[in-house]
Design a binder for this molecule. Structure first.
Ligand code: SF4
Length: 468
C-alpha cells in the first residue's frame, strides 16, 4: 500500500485520529454505501434508521475521546478534512432535539443520539481493538444493512473484509501491486539500497513516488501540510484556559512561550532552554488537539505535536534552515511513517504509545537529519535511535482523554527526536540495530503488551489518578 504524504499527514480534527477521525470517516463511508444503494438484507422494507456500536478500545475510551460525538457528526455528513466546529455544534444540537437525520439523497433516518450509539464493553472484535459496527434498519426496525469497520490508527479506516484481506495477503505483494512507483521500497533496507543505486536521497525518492502516483504540484501539497501544522502551533501558543473533559488540566503552552520570549536575547537562559522551545511547540499542538481543534495527524492525533515541533525548531532555531530543507524534513518523515505503518502499526490501541509517539519521534528524527544534510544511512540511523528509545511505552491516558500523559509525551518525543538526529549526524550512519529490526521489535512488544496498557484506560496512569 502506497502511503502518500497526504495520507500520513492528514488535516483533521482532535482529539484522536483513531477514536475521533476514524469513526467519523467510517460513518461517512457507511452513508456513501447507503447512497450507492446497497443490497438490503432479505425481508427488509424501506430504509428508515441507523445505529452504531463501539467495540473494544473505542468503547473503553470512547467518551473521553468523544467517539460518540464523532460518529454522530459523521452520520450528519461531516468529514475531518472540512470540519467546521460551529456547524457541527448547530447540527448536533438539532439532532438531539429532533432525533432524525436529514441527509441529501437519503430518506429521513431515525437516530436517537442518547440510545443509538451503543458502548459494547465486552471483548474487542477479532481483527483489531478499534471496531465499530454500523447498522441500518427499515422503517419497521428490521435489519436493512450492516457494515463492520476498523479504525486502524492515524485516521485510516478499513472494513472487516478489507482488513481481513490485508491480513491474509502477502503485504509486500499488496505494496507493489497497487501503485507503480519509481522507488517502491517496503523496508528501510530496500530504501537504502534504492538510494544507493539511484544516488538519490530519501526525500528525492519519496518526492518521485508522490509525483508518480498523484502528479500535480508536490510542493503545494507539502506547503499546505506545513501551513496547517504551523497554524496549529500558533493557535496553541496563543490560547489559555482549561482543557475540556473534566480533568481540569490547564493549557500551559502560552505561558511557557511568553516566558521564553521574555528571556530571549538575555543572558538569563540556560543552554538546555532549547528543550523548552521544542516542548512548547509540541505542547501547543497537543493542547489544540485535546481541545478538539484542527490538527494534522503526524502520524496520529495523539502524537501530532512531535513532527510540527521539530519542523518549527528546524525553521526558527537551526542555522542555515531553508524552505527546501523543511520540505525534505516532511517528505523524509512521511517515508519513515509509511514504513512503520506498513510493517508494524501506528495505533496506540494496537501496540501502545511506542507506536504513536515512538513512530512520530522516528519520523521527526529522520526528517531533521535529512534537513540538516544527513546521508540516507544517517537518516535511517536517526529514525532507529528515536524509535528504539520509545520501545515498550504504554498507552494509558487518564480518563480516556488525550491529555495526560499525551501532551508532555509529545514534548519529550520532540526532544528525543532532535537528540537522535544530532547523535546520528555525529556518526557515519553505521550502527548495530537496523531500523527494520527495531520496527519488528516494536510490533512484537506491542502484541505482547497487556491490553490494559493499550488505550483502554484500564491500567497505569488511567487508574492511578491523584485524589482531588
Ligand atoms: S498515551 Fe500515547 S498512544 Fe495513548 S492516547 Fe496518549 S499519545 Fe496516544
Amino acid at each position: 500500500m502506497f502511503l502518500s504524504i497526504t495520507d500520513v499527514f492528514k488535516i483533521g480534527v482532535g482529539p484522536s485520529s483513531s477514536h475521533t477521525m476514524g469513526p467519523m470517516t467510517a460513518a461517512a463511508h457507511f452513508l456513501a454505501d447507503l447512497r450507492r444503494g446497497v443490497e438490503r438484507i432479505p425481508g427488509a422494507g424501506d430504509l428508515g434508521g441507523v445505529s452504531a456500536t463501539l467495540h473494544g478500545s473505542l468503547a473503553f475510551t470512547g467518551r473521553g475521546h468523544a467517539t460518540d460525538r464523532a460518529v454522530r457528526l459523521g452520520l450528519l455528513d461531516m468529514v475531518p478534512a472540512t470540519f467546521d466546529a460551529d456547524r457541527a455544534e448547530t447540527l448536533d444540537t438539532a439532532l438531539a432535539r429532533e432525533k432524525v437525520l436529514h441527509l441529501d439523497g437519503l430518506p429521513p433516518l431515525a437516530f436517537n443520539p442518547e440510545t443509538d450509539v451503543i458502548f459494547d464493553y465486552g471483548p474487542a472484535l477479532d481483527l483489531h481493538p478499534n471496531g465499530l459496527t454500523l447498522r441500518a434498519f427499515d422503517t419497521a426496525g428490521r435489519p436493512y444493512y450492516t457494515q463492520v469497520y476498523y479504525s486502524v490508527g492515524g485516521g485510516f479506516v478499513q472494513t472487516e473484509a478489507e482488513l481481513r484481506a490485508e491480513r491474509d495477503s502477502d503485504k509486500s505483494a499488496v505494496a507493489t501491486a497497487e501503485y507503480e512507483t519509481p522507488y517502491p521500497f517496503r523496508t528501510a533496507r530496500e530504501m537504502l539500497a534504492m538510494g544507493e543505486a539511484s544516488g538519490k536521497t530519501v526525500a528525492q525518492m519519496k518526492r518521485a513516488n508522490e509525483q508518480a502516483v498523484h502528479g500535480g504540484d508536490v510542493n503545494a501539497r507539502i506547503d499546505a501540510i506545513w501551513s496547517a501544522m504551523d497554524s496549529c502551533i500558533e493557535r496553541g501558543l496563543n490560547t489559555d484556559g482549561i482543557l475540556p473533559g473534566g480533568l481540569g488540566v490547564r493549557r500551559r503552552a502560552r505561558a511557557i512561550h511568553d516566558k521564553l520570549m521574555a528571556e530571549r536575547g538575555t543572558n538569563r537562559a540556560q543552554p538546555h532552554v532549547a528543550n523548552d522551545w521544542m516542548s512548547v511547540y509540541a505542547m501547543a499542538v497537543n493542547e489544540e488537539n485535546a481541545a478538539g481543534g484542527k490538527v494534522v495527524t503526524s502520524p496520529t492525533n495523539g502524537a501530532a505535536g512531535v513532527v510540527p515541533a521539530v519542523g518549527r525548531y528546524y525553521r526558527d532555531h537551526c542555522i542555515g534552515a531553508t524552505k527546501e530543507g523543511l520540505r525534505d524534513l516532511l517528505l523524509t518523515a512521511a517515508a519513515i511513517g509509511g514504513l512503520i505503518k506498513h510493517n508494524a502499526s501506528i495505533s496506540g490501541a494496537e501496540v501502545g504509545c511506542q507506536g504513536e509517539v515512538g513512530s512520530a519521534a522516528a519520523m521527526a528524527a529522520a526528517g531533521l537529519c535529512a534537513a540538516l544534510g544527513g546521508t540516507n544511512e544517517q537518516i535511517e540511523n536517526a529514525a532507529e535511535i528515536a524509535l528504539e528509545h520509545h520501545l515498550g511505552m504504554t498507552c494509558d491516558p487518564a480518563a480516556g482523554l488525550v491529555q495526560v500523559p499525551c501532551i508532555e509525551r509529545n514534548a519529550l518525543g520532540a526532544i528525543k527526536a532532535v537528540s537522535a538526529a544530532s547523535l546520528s549526524l555525529r556518526g557515519d550512519g553505521a550502527h548495530f540495530m537496523p531500523l527494520d529490526n527495531c520496527v519488528q521489535v516494536m510490533l512484537e512488544t506491542g502484541r505482547e503488551m497487556d491490553e490494559k496498557y493499550k488505550e483502554t484506560s484500564r491500567g497505569g496512569i488511567a487508574v492511578n489518578l491523584p485524589e482531588c
